[in-house]
Design a protein around this ligand. Structure first.
Ligand code: F0G
Length: 457
């Protein structure tokens, strides 16, 4: 008999989690003004808010913490991290930062000027924020098929080369760089193919435009290239990652994802001029250039995390779990962005709560229902997160309205996944009775989803 699939690790330390009653959750959600960001973690049973900084470190990483060198400058831990990054990415200049958005802040402070246009295969919200706050324009050039949630494509995170070329032509001389995000979080953790990475970089370089890879989930992207793209089945994840980075000029990294640490990030490049430029902003914003916002011990743990997470078994275990959840949802007929992405399932709320009008935020309503059902905290990636149009001040209903079930690395077992799927099925089964959604009572002008207050209708 063929042996079933199982994790490539075993558990050495556990953290208790607590169930609650529906009455408790009703009260807590009302106190949180129907915004799950405002819940306390003790009020959550299974936390799928994000996979960022929420993973479990390995015994080797915990051991490395004890060996961290906390010297203000020239710390051994920095050079160990730099050596690992160099080996995995091929980049020789490294600037540590406290997380991914800090890397964006440092790099964009140097590169982005007012009025610039920065294309991307779909900018993450902090990336867009750092471009727009500098009065520049972040333009998505995603392939149009990515918006069709039921369409199965192996590389749904790809760049549309036609849209990109048109943008480069129309904005000649005004594009400081292009951002290529792997995997593409915004469209559902969807990967970008090696072919598309290479063609995107060639196209940009032909127009004299450098490419920055937003690499938060680069290892998951490499796993999809290995398992889906012709010619890569026999290559190691490390070989694939190295090739991915070889086409681009620079990377920004949120190490809280594929770096397997709770906090950290970095910029890496071979361009000496960019390194010199970034240093000037790293020192005042983050810290001296050999720690830039990270403890020595965190750099030591990150060096090991990067090595561990660029091994096939680790990635297979992780992505298998996301696909396991997808299979359960298929069994129950629950629609999501297909195929399953690397770090999360993006449930298509618009197709489920068909009786809740857009103006009443179906995905946020479904997020609340899932929490009330079983204490599961997901997150809305939809109309609330899309913010208002800066000119018309109208809500932006043009995009997709997702509930993201984001799976932390090495944290939950497949039994938890069964609970998540069953809870969502229970909500799904009573979807026709959910006819009213939510009304915003208080919101911030930008990135309102973090602090928004809502009232049930
Ligand atoms: N780029 C991508 C693709 C991301 O997904 C994130 C964070 C960042 C940059 C910013 O990194 O959080 O370390 O400052 N994404 C998290 C998420 C928050 O939940 O998807 P950060």
């Amino acid at each position: 008999m063929e042996l079933p699939f199982a994790e490539s690790w075993k558990i050495k330390m556990v953290e208790p989690i607590r169930k609650s009653t529906r009455a408790e959750r009703e009260q807590w959600l009302a106190q949180a003004k129907n915004n799950v960001f405002m819940l306390r973690s003790e009020q959550v049973y299974i936390d799928l808010l994000t996979d960022s900084g929420t993973g479990a470190m390995s015994d080797r990483q915990w051991a490395a913490l004890m060996m961290g060198d906390e010297s203000y400058s020239g710390a051994r831990s920095f050079f160990e991290l730099k050596e690992t990054i160099g080996r995995i990415t091929g980049f020789k200049y490294v600037i540590p930062t406290h997380q991914g958005r800090a890397a964006e802040n440092v790099l964009f402070s140097y590169l982005v000027k007012e009025g610039n246009v920065v294309p991307g295969n779909a900018h993450f919200d902090t990336t867009k924020g750092h471009i727009e706050s500098r009065h520049a324009f972040a333009i998505d050039v995603t392939i149009p098929e990515a918006k069709d949630t039921q369409r199965e494509l192996p590389f749904k995170g790809n760049v549309s080369l036609e849209l990109l070329e048109k943008l480069l032509k129309d904005n000649s001389g005004n594009v400081p760089f292009m951002v290529l995000t792997v995997t593409n979080n915004t469209v559902g953790g969807q990967p970008v193919s090696m072919l598309n990475i290479r063609q995107t970089a060639e196209l940009c370089h032909r127009y004299g435009v450098p490419v920055v890879m937003d690499s938060a989930r680069f290892a998951e992207n490499a796993y999809f290239i290995k398992t889906r793209e012709e010619g890569y089945a026999d290559k190691t994840i490390k070989e694939i990652a190295r090739e991915m980075f070889s086409y681009v000029d620079c990377m920004t990294m949120s190490a809280k994802k594929d770096g397997l640490v709770n906090m950290g990030g970095f910029i890496a490049t071979n361009r000496e001029d960019w390194y010199e430029g970034c240093k000037l902003f790293c020192i005042p914003f983050e810290g001296f250039i050999t720690y830039g916002g990270m403890n020595g011990r965190d750099m030591a743990a990150l060096a090991i995390g990067l090595d561990e997470n660029t091994e096939y078994d680790m990635l297979e275990t992780r992505i298998h779990q996301v696909q396991y959840l997808a299979k359960k949802l298929d069994e129950y007929g629950i629609p999501y962005q297909r195929p399953a992405g690397g770090h999360a399932i993006f449930v298509d709320a618009d197709k489920i709560l068909v009786n809740v009008p857009k103006e009443e935020f179906p995905a946020q309503t479904l997020t609340c229902e899932l929490y009330l059902e079983a204490g599961i905290r997901a997150c809305e990636i939809g109309y609330i997160l899309a913010d208002r149009d800066p000119v018309t001040h109208q809500n932006r209903f043009g995009g997709l309205d997702f509930v993201r079930l984001c799976i932390p690395r090495r944290v939950y077992t497949d039994n938890h996944i069964d609970v998540i799927a069953a809870a969502l099925k229970n909500v799904y089964d009573r979807r026709d009775n959910i006819t009213r959604g939510l009304k915003i009572t208080k919101e911030a002008p930008l990135m309102r989803h973090f602090t928004v207050e809502l009232e049930r209708l």
